[in-house]
Ligand binder design. Sequence first.
Ligand code: SME
Length: 161
Amino acid sequence: MFDLKTPSTTDKAALYADLLSAADALTRDEPDAIANMANLSALIWQYLPDLNWAGFYRMIGDELVLGPFQGKAACIRIALGKGVCGTAAATRETQCVEDVHAFPGHIACDAASRSEVVVPVIHDNRVIAVLDLDSPIPARFDSDDVAGLDVLVALIASRIA
Ligand code: SME
């Protein structure tokens, strides 16, 4: 039904531009937050190389609860301030971790994960979710990834609320 192009570039800026336009097209007219998070996880998985996990944790009450994702089954609930995800939610700042083993309190859902980036999703000045990407490659994520993901999350925040 959705005839999305397979990524044809390894240039990061071009990759994120393609991902952004695919994400926009796929979520623009869909009001259901879960459906949008599910498709966004699948798109990120399809477009970005070298990931072993990609998905959302939703802020429910005072904790993060597992949402739609791609990858292995993961821990379900994460307290605010705990792990990389809980830190991103508590500080409202993107966490880009080159070596997860060196991150105090990192929660190892998949033993293969070596690096991780977590972007808080802020809507109406509230953290409503975090977007979490894991990679088996150390230092997989850099400032280009953070910039690309920040733009993506700004676009989709109202569509997953
Ligand atoms: N590593 C995360 C937990 C979530 S999994 O990576 C899917 C953390 O430390 O918060």
